[in-house]
Design a protein around this ligand. Structure first.
Ligand code: ATP
Ligand code: MG
Length: 153
């Protein structure tokens, strides 16, 4: 397990971090995004989409109600938000497990119910609000390929 942290000073900086990671992705990976409301999880995914060459006409917004948004890019991006899931059992029947078997990049907000069940490399990214514009972002890599990825940051 390899870990690093950085401080983002603005929304744009958090988006750039996402973009940089997105540019380097070529294999299936899960990115678990944790941290309080408004800490920058969705903003990060907006950058990730850019790095995966998803056309600008797809504006990335929180899938809080729809659970899953899929975007076509160099690699498909699945943006998943489990905020409204209260019990693990509620995930059955949503189609999420079937989607997780596909090839793609899986960016998951509030990932606690699924993150340990997945058999692929992952990055855990935790966002902490320092003040209005500053966020402490801690990235932990699980698996060799994920570790390679954060060496490039
Ligand atoms: N350094 C920063 N990085 C990211 N967002 C920032 C930063 N500074 C200020 N912000 C603001 O914080 C908010 C982050 O919102 P965002 O939707 O990305 O959070 P979230 O973690 O996805 O929240 P939720 O849990 O509600 O889905 C935006 O309004 C953004 O403009
Ligand atoms: Mg969000």
């Amino acid at each position: 397990m390899k870990s690093l942290y950085m401080v983002s000073g603005s929304l744009a900086e958090t988006q750039s971090l996402g973009e940089k990671i997105g540019r380097n992705l070529c294999l299936k990976i899960v990115i678990g995004l944790s941290g309080e409301l408004g800490s920058g999880k969705t903003s990060f995914v907006q950058g990730l989409a850019k790095g995966l060459d998803i056309p600008d006409k797809y504006y990335v917004t929180s899938p809080t109600y729809s659970l899953i948004h899929e975007y076509p890019g160099r690699i498909p991006l699945f943006h998943i938000d489990l905020y409204r899931i209260r019990l693990r059992d509620e995930i059955e029947g949503t189609g999420l497990y079937e989607i997780l078997d596909r090839f793609g990049i899986f960016a998951i907000e509030w990932p606690d119910f699924v993150i340990n069940d997945l058999n692929v490399d992952s990055l855990s990214i935790h966002f902490e609000i320092i003040d209005d514009d500053k966020r402490k972002i801690t990235i932990t890599a699980h698996g060799e390929r994920a570790a390679e990825l954060i060496k490039k940051l």
